[in-house]
Design a protein around this ligand. Structure first.
Ligand SMILES: NC(=O)c1ccc[n+]([C@@H]2O[C@H](COP(=O)([O-])OP(=O)(O)OC[C@H]3O[C@@H](n4cnc5c(N)ncnc54)[C@H](OP(=O)(O)O)[C@@H]3O)[C@@H](O)[C@H]2O)c1
Length: 327
């Protein structure tokens, strides 16, 4: 498990933008599980971080100096290419303009940003939920899980939350999840899933892999869809081949589909996903909890909090420049 002293903070001159660039300063920095894969020695779906490199990460930031024709001082943007730093010079590629009339600035890193869009695309594009189906979601109270559960309910499904504490499950109930299972206190997850999913699991939204996955795979309904969205419980084993049980018999018997998911493969769906989530939020049908910590210097602590399952909702760092912004 990473430790706080694996990182150090450096002070540097604030960079200046060149032609077709702008300087932005972070208001909120995103803290995400994918960062664990980037500091693994094993090659993942994106390039890893070398020792001494800047940690990668997304942010909502304000343009404070621009030599770019399309960006002006005061513009707000969201980008996954900001890094763990207060200031960044950007060229405008691959970023999203933040429109605070749709949602507060920080929401563009949570329900209107990558986690919300992940929930929407994985559930709709891969899971294809139908009215009355049972959807089981791990890390159900987290950034992705909160949105996935509420979309499932909105589609008329039964939503089952899996989380590590009673406090998290209480929040899931508040979000509309029908039932919840605490995987840490359960001494028979297979039986508990069978009890809360008496007709089996039609869609398993897997945010974690591990023991939750193992129990879910033994409760699949006929025609189940298993969406592999996240494997956070394997974080300490990323460097080893993933050679656990294969569940081939259960997949055959239930004629299930198991599909890996990466949100960046669904860029075409982003506008619809964002519109649909904003719509739910405006109608009061989407609740969301955000876990703020203050200051860039607390980025390692916030990241470790996430890896230790201690975050309560979307984990963000709020910088001093976000003071006074609506939350
Ligand atoms: N494929 C994609 O494109 C994509 C995009 C975004 C996110 N993701 C994945 O989706 C998952 C959720 O991401 P998020 O941003 O919403 O994070 P999150 O759920 O807000 O926070 C991470 C949560 O993971 C759970 N967790 C941590 N260690 C665990 C362990 N050893 N075993 C089981 N659960 C553990 C904890 O929830 P509990 O306390 O409930 O266990 C923790 O709160 C992550 O795996 C992430 O990598 C994938």
């Amino acid at each position: 498990m990473p430790e706080p002293n694996n990182w150090h903070m450096e002070k540097a001159q604030i960079p200046r933008p060149d032609t077709n660039q702008f300087l932005a300063r972070a208001l909120y920095l995103s803290v995400d599980p994918y960062m664990r894969g980037r500091i693994s020695a094993k090659q993942g779906y994106a390039k890893g971080v070398e020792i001494g490199d800047l940690m990668p990460g997304g942010a909502v930031a304000e343009v404070i100096e621009s030599k770019h024709p399309n960006f002006r001082e005061g513009d707000l943007i969201e980008t996954i290419q900001f890094g763990w730093q207060d200031y960044s010079v950007l060229n405008g590629d691959g970023l999203t303009r933040v429109d605070v009339s749709i949602g507060p600035a920080h929401a563009w890193l949570s329900y209107l940003g990558m986690p919300g869009i992940t929930a929407w695309c994985a559930l709709n594009n891969i899971g294809q939920p139908k009215f009355g189906e049972t959807v089981l979601i791990s890390a159900a109270s987290g950034a992705v899980g909160q949105v996935a559960g509420q979309i499932a309910k909105n589609k008329g499904c039964r939503a089952i939350a899996v989380a590590s504490s009673e406090e998290k499950l209480k929040w899931c109930k508040n979000l509309g999840y029908d039932r919840g299972v605490n995987y840490r206190t359960s001494n028979d997850l297979v039986r508990e899933f069978a009890e809360v999913c008496p007709n089996g699991i039609d869609i398993y939204f897997d945010n974690t892999a591990g023991i939750i996955h193992d129990a879910a795979m033994q409760n699949l309904a006929l025609g189940a869809r298993v969406i592999i969205v996240g494997t956070i419980s394997l974080a300490e084993k990323f460097d080893e081949p993933d050679m656990g049980e294969r569940f081939l018999r259960q997949i055959l018997v239930s004629r299930a589909k198991v599909q890996g998911f990466l949100v960046f493969d669904h860029l075409d769906s982003y506008p619809e996903a964002r519109r649909s989530i904003a719509n739910l939020h405006n109608k009061g049908e989407l609740k969301f909890k955000t876990d703020f910590m203050d200051g860039l210097e607390n980025m390692p602590a916030a990241f470790l909090k996430l890896l230790h399952a201690q975050n309560m909702g979307k984990q963000l760092i709020r910088t001093e420049f976000a003071e006074g912004l609506p939350e």
